[in-house]
Each structure stands twice: as C-alpha cells, then as structure tokens.
Design a protein around this ligand. Structure first.
Ligand code: FAD
Length: 500
C-alpha cells in the first residue's frame, strides 16, 4: 500500500512561505498556500524588492555624481544649484542642491519600483503553479477542526468560508512596521517605508527616524537621489548593531555628503505642520522637514490568527517561539520568517521554511545555523558581513585574529574613483580557519560570497591566499588579507575542528 499523501497548509506567501511550499511539493506533499496581500509577501511587494529597486537608481546617481572626477562632464552638473561639481578624489557632486532632484522623474521611478515588484510576485505565482501548489487568496487563521475526525489532517485553517484541513501547518505571516502612538503615519508626509512608493515627488527634506538597517538604507538612497536628509539616531552612531568600523565609514560618508546625523537623539513625536512635518525630540529640540520616514522596527503579524487556541507560544517580544528546525510549541505547527523574529532576512525566512518542511516530511535536516548567514546593508558603500563578528572576539566568546585592509590602496578602487571601504577577515589563530569577514565597498554584497564560501566550507587563510584573484580587482584585497593572516610557523589543526 502506498504512503498516504501528507497535506500541508502554509499561512503567508512570502519567502518563508513560498520557499517552504516548493520544498513540500518537491517531496510529494499536497500543498496549499494562503496569502492575504500578494505572493512574494512583503519581501517582494513592499520591503526588500522595492527598496533594492529604488537603491538601483540611487546607485546610478552616486556614479553620476562621481563622474566629474573620472573626466565626464554632465551638462547641468556644473555647480549651479548642484553644490558644485568638483574633482575631489571621487567625492563628486556632494552635497546636493535643489536642482538635483530634477534629475529624477519620481513618478517614473516609483512606477518602475511597483511594476518590478508585481512582476516578481507574478513569477513566484507561476513557479508555485508549475509545482502544483494551490494558492488561496485571503486572510487565514488556525481553527478547531469541524470535519469528522476519521478524515485525515490534525489541523484546520479557515479562509473566508472555506476550511482547509492539513497534517502540517506552517505559519509565515511576516511582520508589520512598528508604529509609535505619537507618530501616526498619514501616507502623505509621515510615512512608513511601505508608503514611499505612492508619493508623486521626491521628498525635498526627508527626516528619517531610526538609524538601523532600514533607516540607513533609505537615508543613503534619498541623499543620493537629491533629498536633503536628516537622520535621527537614538544611539551614539548609526547602525549600532553592525561592525563598528563599517558603521563609522558609512556615517562618515553620510556626513561628508551633507547629511545631518543627529546621534543620541530620540524622536518623541511626529506631526504635520504647515506643508511639512515637525519632529520633536525627547530633549525638546525640534526638526522640520517636508517628509518624515519612520523606521523604528518591525512587529510580528500574529494577531487574530488563532495561535493561542492552537497552543502556539509567543516569546516576551511577541514573536512565535521556534526551535532550530522551526517547530513551535504546538505539535505539527511550524513557523518561519519575520513572525519568529529569529533574524529578519529573506534568506533566513526561506531557510527556516525549507527546514520546517524537510523536518515535517521526514527528511534528514540540519538545524538552522545563524553563524553562517551572509547579510548586506545596501547603503552606499554597502556593508556585507558573514560569520563571527568583532564583538564576539572582543568578549572572548571566539578566539580569532583579524586583519583589516582599507580599499583606498586597492588599484581597482582607485581606477573606479572611490576610497571609502575596507575588507576585514577573522581567522582562528590555531587552525587558520576563516571564521568571518566584513566588506565595505560598492557591491560588497557580491564580494562577500568568497568569504561566505570560506566560512561554510571550513577553508583556511592559506587556502584563500593561494586562490587566484583577478588583477586588478576588489576581491584581490580579500586574498591579500588572507596572505596577511598566514603564519607559516603556526601549528595546524586538522580541518573540521570546531570554531574557537
Ligand atoms: C525596507 C526593507 C528592506 C529589506 N531588505 C532586505 C534585503 O535586502 N535582504 C533581505 O534578506 N531581507 C530584507 N528585508 C527583510 C525581508 O523583507 C523579510 O525578512 C522577509 O520579507 C520575511 O519574509 P516572511 O516570509 O517572513 O514574511 P513576508 O515577506 O512579510 O510575507 C508574509 C506574507 O504573509 C501574508 N499574511 C500575513 N498574515 C496572513 C494571514 N493571516 N493569512 C494569510 N496571509 C497572511 C502577508 O500579507 C505577506 O504576504 C527587508 C525588510 C525591509 C523592511
């Protein structure tokens, strides 16, 4: 007798949900994805994909601004209203001026962002359909089974008046922008990142509240597009959770290009004033601008989906508690992605979703490893990281040597006209194994793969140092950093020794 087909219902069609659906379908399960707002989730429709599309345009603006120092004359970029074009070692046309926003056709830019997101969402839909996954549009919630118990399926999900019974449920409902009671977004002047693309103009004076990853990325992008940006940061420096040297480079670039960075400043309230906005800080200072973007965190989208009744426990921050194979406290109910708060990245959401399905459907599975996650902050320059970080070394949690090479001396960087950035490698002093790294550079997101492979494959500095890099190239600085960490006299431990 053949094994009965396992049925899986997935709440949420973002990367946590749709990647899980693909794995479950591949393993022969009957899969239904329920999604309320569009396949691809917030990742594709409002968050990751739109922001990176906007940043593709802002990156081009950075290149244009630096073009004078490379010998390119752009009509209109001659200083009149543009802050002055100057050949100053790659700094280019900074800070911006009012005329510069005219370079951008905002409605066209935002149209492109939205069209690309819709196209990406349609691709996700086509892929799911091709794999035989059923998609139900609507808001779903876990409920008590009403069908006779003799029918298969331990769980039930209700969408409108339809009940879907399943052996396994995956919750991948994502997150929502955190809203402060004293700063209510109106979609016109006071905005969350999900409302930016409905504007019909570029903000002239944008106040970004919050200097974490999302705040820093938008501050960087809008500055390059020509907005006068003020960044309100509650901490000593921007990007407080990131590598301190990397954050310092980015903050220095922000300020040099004319951004006002208000550190140790906390926004108390935001309100409309005249044609613009007024941001009041907790110390009583006031900041005025034309628009305010709120980037003060993400809360889990877990309300009203029947979790308590299903026995799914939340942690003290309100996220769904999961173990490293994505199991919740309720048997047969798994969770993945931003609703778990484990690490708010599309790649982590997708991996949690896949792991959930491998586990639920009886495949051999490796529990989630966060120490191998590669991540990028898409500021200009970008910050890309993988593996251990310096705070783990400083606290004694990990024993590692570090080397940091500025890119200012890299020949390719000189040719391309930039000087802000570095590569940093961390390696075990005993085995020489590469434990992590940081790259700060334009397109650092593409350069980090070499370090990521080294971390994942347990490579040593000697092995990276003996790898050919192209001359001239930015990746040449990675092999050079590895050479600096080589110590011929060091006794070698065998490959695969545990990280120190
Ligand atoms: C501005 C910004 C930029 C980002 N950029 C990056 C980046 O460059 N790289 C990166 O890796 N990560 C990035 N992220 C993070 C990334 O977007 C998230 O980690 C990712 O979207 C999480 O995926 P998810 O599947 O958990 O949830 P989501 O993508 O949020 O999808 C959840 C889906 O579930 C639906 N849903 C919710 N409740 C229900 C319900 N009851 N029934 C049915 N459906 C429901 C939602 O409508 C949504 O479609 C960014 C985040 C932000 C805010």
């Amino acid at each position: 007798m053949s094994k009965p087909q396992t049925s899986v219902v997935i709440l949420g069609g973002g990367p946590g949900g749709y990647e899980a659906a693909l794995v479950a379908a591949q393993l022969g399960a009957r899969v239904t994805v329920v999604d309320s707002d569009g396949l691809g989730g917030a990742c594709v429709l409002t968050d990751c994909v739109p922001s990176k599309t906007l940043i593709a345009t802002s990156e081009t603006m950075v290149l244009l601004r630096g073009s004078a120092s490379l010998g390119i004359e752009i009509p209109g970029a001659d200083g009149a209203g543009n802050g002055g074009a100057r050949a100053d070692g790659g700094a280019g046309i900074w800070p911006g001026g009012p005329g510069e926003r005219d370079w951008i056709d905002a409605p066209r830019l935002y149209r492109r962002v939205k069209d690309l997101a819709q196209a990406q969402s349609a691709d996700v839909g086509a892929r799911l359909a091709a794999e035989g996954v059923e998609v139900v549009m609507g808001r779903g919630r876990l409920t008590r089974r009403t069908r006779p118990a003799r029918l298969a399926g331990a769980h039930a999900v209700v969408v409108g008046d339809r009940e879907i019974v399943a052996d396994v449920v995956l919750i991948a409902t994502g997150g929502l922008p955190r809203i402060m009671a004293s700063a209510k977004p109106d979609g016109k002047r006071i905005l969350t990142w999900r409302q930016l693309y409905d504007l019909d103009e570029l903000p002239a004076e944008l106040i970004v509240v919050g200097s974490g990853v999302t705040g820093a990325e938008f501050a960087s992008a809008y500055q390059a597009l020509g907005s006068q940006v003020t960044l309100v940061s509650s901490r000593e420096r921007v990007l407080p959770q990131e590598d301190a040297d990397a954050a310092m480079v980015v903050e220095d670039v922000f300020k040099r290009r004319g951004m006002t960075v208000l550190s140790r400043s906390r926004a108390a309230a935001v309100r409309r004033e005249g044609g613009g906005v007024l941001v009041t800080l907790t110390d009583g200072r006031a900041v005025r601008g034309t628009h305010c973007l709120l980037t003060v965190g993400v809360v889990p989208a877990v309300g009203g989906i029947g979790l308590a009744r299903a026995g799914v426990t939340l942690n003290d921050r309100g996220f769904i508690e999961v173990d490293r194979v994505s199991r919740t406290s309720a048997p047969g109910v798994y969770a993945a992605g931003d609703c778990t708060g484990v690490q708010m990245l599309a790649s982590v959401a997708a991996m949690q979703g896949r792991i959930a399905m491998w586990h639920a459907l009886g495949e051999a599975v490796q529990p989630l490893r966060l120490d191998h996650v590669a991540a990028t902050i898409f500021t200009e320059p970008e910050i890309a990281t993988v593996g251990v970080d310096e705070t783990m070394i400083e606290s004694g949690q990990v024993k590692a040597e570090a080397v940091m090479l500025p890119l200012a001396t890299n020949p390719r960087a000189k040719m391309q006209g930039f000087r802000d950035g570095f590569v940093k490698l961390f390696a075990s002093p005993r085995s020489g194994r590469i434990l992590g790294g940081v790259v700060v550079a334009p397109r650092a997101s593409e350069l980090i793969l070499a370090v990521s492979i080294a971390v994942e494959q347990l490579l040593t500095v000697d092995q990276l140092a003996h790898t050919f890099s192209v001359y001239p190239s930015l990746s040449g600085s990675l092999t050079e950093a590895a050479r600096r960490l080589m110590m011929p006299a060091r006794p070698r431990a065998p490959f695969g020794e545990p990280a120190q």
